[in-house]
Design a protein around this ligand. Sequence first.
Ligand code: GLC
Ligand code: GLC
Length: 650
Amino acid sequence: MYEQASHALLNEILIALKPEIGNMRLRHFYTRLGANFYAIHSLFHLLYGGRTDFKEQMVSLVETLAFRYIERVPHLRRSDLERERDYNWFMSQKWVGMALYCDRFAGDLKGLRTRLPYLQELGVNMLHIMPILDCPPGHSDGGYAVRDFRNVDTRYGTTEDVEALSATLKRRDMLLVLDVVVNHTSDEHEWAQRARRGEKKYQDYYYVFDDREMPDTYEETMPEIFPTTSPGNFTRDEAMGKWVMTVFNSYQWDLNYHNPAVLIEMIDIILFWANKGADILRLDAVAFLWKKIGGTCQNEREAHLLLQLMKDCCQVTAPGVLFIAEAIVSPSEITKYFGEDAINAKECEIAYNAALMSLLWDAVATKNTKLLNLGIKNLPNKLERATWLNYVRCHDDIGLGFADSDALLSGYDPAQHRRFLVDYFIGRYSGSPARGLPFGENSETGDARISGSLASLVGLESALENNDEGAIDTAIKTILLLHSVILSFGGIPLLYYGDAIGMLNNLEYLADPYQRDDNRWLHRSRFDWSKAERRHQHGTVECRIFSALKRMIALRKEITAFADFDNRQLFVVDNPNLLVFSRTDQQNSRNKVLVICNFNVEAQALLIAPLLPHGLFQQGSMKDICSGERITAENDALMIPPLSCYWLAD
Ligand code: GLC
Ligand code: GLC
């Protein structure tokens, strides 16, 4: 759009930029800046238009974009151009992700390079390395309390190691995902230190208050994230003699995006890591970016404006780089992180599908799919060119974030049902084989989340202890069933590093004074390579899980109907133990895959009549892609074995 005010300003800025960077090859930069400047200017004005230094800040933002563009090396610029041309590249079914800690998985970044064959053997080609930036040795929140955004923690390696890893991954057609912790810094970050020493400029980077008046007002409506380990949202800093907002741990200071300098710094950091070769950046805790008195300080409209700005700016300098929104919020809020009021994703192209994750755990505990079906049915539509990150579990606790309205429709009292689920997974419910721990139990609200490794939560740990073959089989089937959903649902599946070999809970964290109060470390153990070796030994638990997953992953990559183009149709069937949906190939609508999952421990029948009008089961049988077997309807019904999944095609 041609808009005079922003156009005039753009001209002024470009003229001012010229002397310094005049002879750089900026053709693509100028085109992209021209295309996005109206949006950037408007958003920046919405947020900061009232400030007297608005223009100065705007200039500083554009300079940042230009300088980072000049630094962007030719092969990354080429990849930007390629991805601009092939703009749906990340919607393809060929991507399969894994999140891992580089130290716990492979020692350090160099070690990680030597472990890539393991990932490739499994079929993983998108690697989310958990945060690796410089953190205080103790209070690090697993890497999410960053002390220096531009340096890799010496325990893991160097920035050059990241670049080398990125190059290695590229050669193997693998993607690198890195974190940018946009919401807060460690209290040992230079900005925090300088704020502490009384520098007003840096106090303005955070939410700093002289007394409790403002904090108390905020607290009236802000929930607590870590009620047991870090209650409240403010911490008194004795050295500074002031209160500072700390939504997560007391040593994680929330950045104040009311100050445009903070946004510009963060965009600079985003582009810095884009320039080090990250293909995708995971933006941490994005729901929390904007704080406002009288609200929960989550999902505020301004948080979305900030993300749009980050995206628009990234598209100018490093358009090939995607964002993942880590917004573990209610289903109705999550999809907003793709962007609203647009057709194509305008904030983050990818978002954690926390809704599906929590619904899957519900199905495991209840052994039915009532809530799962409703939750999927009521999941808001995504924008185009936006895709889910589908996961069974990640490094964090499992929150039961499904919609209360869906729980009610399923016939549950939401609070009671959540209590049941927590009890089920922490083994407080009689008959449950799960071995989790409650995380963040809030005695006031009754809320709680769940920690524990996938294998331990689905009963593998207790089954092995009891030497119970039947229970071992059930646990393995459950692990595979959950993965069969994330592999077929639509979106990028994200595996968690120990899960493909059934790693159990690990209590080592209790010996570490910095970890023992945070039981998420229960499921963040050192990867056990000798256990992984057993994947080659026929009949072992490791082999049974690993080989089945490996096969499903390989098959997924071949099934073009699994690419994510909002091409999923959910079938509401009358058996409440089944999840049934079809996926249709974008290019050829006759090419359909029917996914049927049985979450019950008994075999379940599915009537095929409702499927027939959709061109499914026309010949009375279909082929299960996973087993290669033909599945034939008898008496107009199919029998789905316990805890299993079919991917059916003609
Ligand atoms: C994100 C991370 C989590 C961390 C929190 C605070 O949610 O996933 O591990 O504790 O942000 O940074
Ligand atoms: C994340 C999530 C929350 C999670 C927490 C730490 O930002 O919003 O659900 O429990 O951080 O694990």
